[in-house]
Design a protein around this ligand. Structure first.
Ligand SMILES: NC(=O)c1ccc[n+]([C@@H]2O[C@H](COP(=O)([O-])OP(=O)(O)OC[C@H]3O[C@@H](n4cnc5c(N)ncnc54)[C@H](O)[C@@H]3O)[C@@H](O)[C@H]2O)c1
Length: 458
């Protein structure tokens, strides 16, 4: 296959796109597979959880800040949903969301304005999905309460802040048989999805080492008095060290490595630099009257966490939201037969010429070959609706498609728990002088019942 690819890329790269678009089936599709009941797993787990089909998914969106408002604008672009409730403690945001929905939806949702109204919403019997976009501290409490009241739940990242919360999510999903999905949109960027399909086509041989990150200069937003409600994000940096936001970097890597579908994360070590950037920014940029001036912050600027898997693979994960540098999630994949990297510049290198990357034009051709057909079909709409370049729309589209068709979701509650658990575990390792910390097996020994990551089609 590799020989064929080299031939195609070096000789007739223009032919490839035509070839793919003329075919009904993409022979390289491996990630998206037709659901088959033989994939069903033991009743006591929530692996490949199947729930009854929902023709029109009735949604409540809780938290209408930056992220919640984006959801309010995106979700109505999917015809098989209806937003039936919206909530925020800021009445301006609720009213803004109502105005926005006025243009896209015939029936307006019921608005909620009080601190604990999310409980009333979960108690309603005409809602299928609770879509949580609040600050982090409310994610697990709302998710648990929603599942206990017979609702599926989609929670912004991270789904949980402690290992204990991770276990609560897993046990509640298993008990209630409800979906609990983390809204990890970075899984659905075109590059990551296509790279996952390439890896599943064995283009890189055995994947040995991967790297991911959340490197995003958030200093001005964090210190803003209006951007995040009640400075919730800066308060976390004040109180805690380690990797405080691991899922954007880790999620796509975990699916590349088939974590809890044949492999599992066994332990980690974590190290943080000291804290410099927030203090410097506060000293240099804030007015003397600003409440944040002179505050102390726990969070070291750069955290690096190394994870080892049961099958002998390594994951390097970084987090830095306080340094002046370009945005990066790294997304580096190194295998026995090749290499893929997204940041800072898309790179693909394959044996026997892996000393050098393919050119940008050649990379585009390869990506065209391996981009899953399902993604090609919704790409134009995703680019039009947008949300981080379209990946947010693909995430919503896949979630609703699976609920409409009674299929297991692309991400399950174990993903949510595993990726979120790194917050507390990395902190623990940093505190202990970077000692190794065991990562719980949230599937309780069922991590190799499935043998690969699949996204299902009806
Ligand atoms: N996936 C992504 O790309 C992405 C990007 C940005 C943020 N996020 C996540 O989205 C979440 C929200 O981030 P944001 O930037 O929108 O923050 P934000 O501060 O703008 O929004 C949080 C909202 O929650 C509301 N809120 C607080 N208490 C409430 C309560 N009791 N009931 C209802 N609403 C309440 C606040 O009023 C605010 O409007 C966070 O978890 C964040 O990590 C994800």
């Amino acid at each position: 296959m590799r020989f064929l690819l080299f031939f195609l890329v070096f000789n007739i790269s223009n032919f490839i796109s035509a070839q793919i678009s003329n075919n009904d089936e993409n022979i390289y599709d491996s990630l998206f597979v037709k659901w088959n009941d033989t994939f069903l797993t033991p009743k006591n787990t929530a692996l490949n959880l199947v729930c009854p089909k929902i023709d029109t998914v009735r949604i409540a969106v809780i938290g209408l800040g930056n992220r919640g408002m984006m959801a309010i604008e995106r979700l109505p672009q999917i015809p098989t949903i209806k937003i039936v409730a919206i909530a925020d403690i800021d009445s301006n945001k609720v009213n803004k969301a109502l105005r926005s929905l006025h243009d896209t939806q015939f029936d307006l949702p019921k608005p909620y304005y009080e601190k604990n109204d999310w409980k009333l919403i979960c108690q309603r019997n005409d809602i299928d999905l609770i879509y949580v976009c609040t600050h982090w501290e409310l994610h697990t409490p709302i998710a648990i309460y929603a599942m206990e009241h017979d609702k599926h739940v989609a929670v912004e990242v991270p789904a949980a802040l402690t290992v204990d919360e991770c276990w609560q999510l897993v046990k509640t999903a298993e008990k209630t048989r409800k979906h609990c999905i983390q809204l990890e949109n970075c899984m659905y960027d075109f590059f990551e999805l296509t790279a996952l399909n390439m890896v599943q086509n064995n283009l890189l041989g055995e994947v040995v080492h991967v790297e991911g990150a959340y490197i995003h200069d958030l200093r001005s937003l964090n210190f803003s008095n209006t951007y995040y409600w009640n400075n919730w994000r800066l308060k976390r940096l004040q109180q805690t060290n380690g990797n405080t936001y691991p899922t954007h970097g880790l999620g796509p890597l975990a699916h590349l490595l088939n974590i809890h579908r044949g492999d599992k994360m066994s332990h980690l070590v974590s190290m943080s630099s000291d804290q410099f950037g927030l203090t410097k920014y506060a000293n240099d940029q804030l007015k003397d009257s600003d409440n944040w001036k002179g505050n102390k912050f726990e969070k070291g600027d750069m955290n690096t966490t190394l994870i080892k898997t049961a099958n002998g693979k390594t994951i390097m994960l970084q987090h830095d939201v306080t340094s002046p540098r370009p945005y990066s999630r790294l997304f580096t994949v190194s295998g026995t037969d090749g290499f893929i990297q997204k940041y800072p510049k898309p790179t693909i290198a394959l044996e026997p010429k892996a000393h050098f990357s393919f050119s940008s034009k050649q990379i585009d051709s390869i990506m065209t070959v391996y981009e899953p057909k399902t993604i090609k079909e919704i790409k134009e709409k995703a680019l039009k609706v947008g949300g981080h370049g379209g990946m947010d729309f693909i995430m919503d589209y896949r979630l609703i498609y699976c609920l409409n068709n009674g299929l297991p979701l692309d991400q399950d509650v174990y993903d949510a728990a595993e990726w979120s658990s790194i917050i507390e575990l990395s902190k623990k390792s940093v505190r202990s002088g970077s000692k190794a910390v065991k990562i719980p097996d949230f599937t309780r020994n069922n991590w190799n019942v499935l043998n690969k990551v699949s996204y299902y089609l009806k």
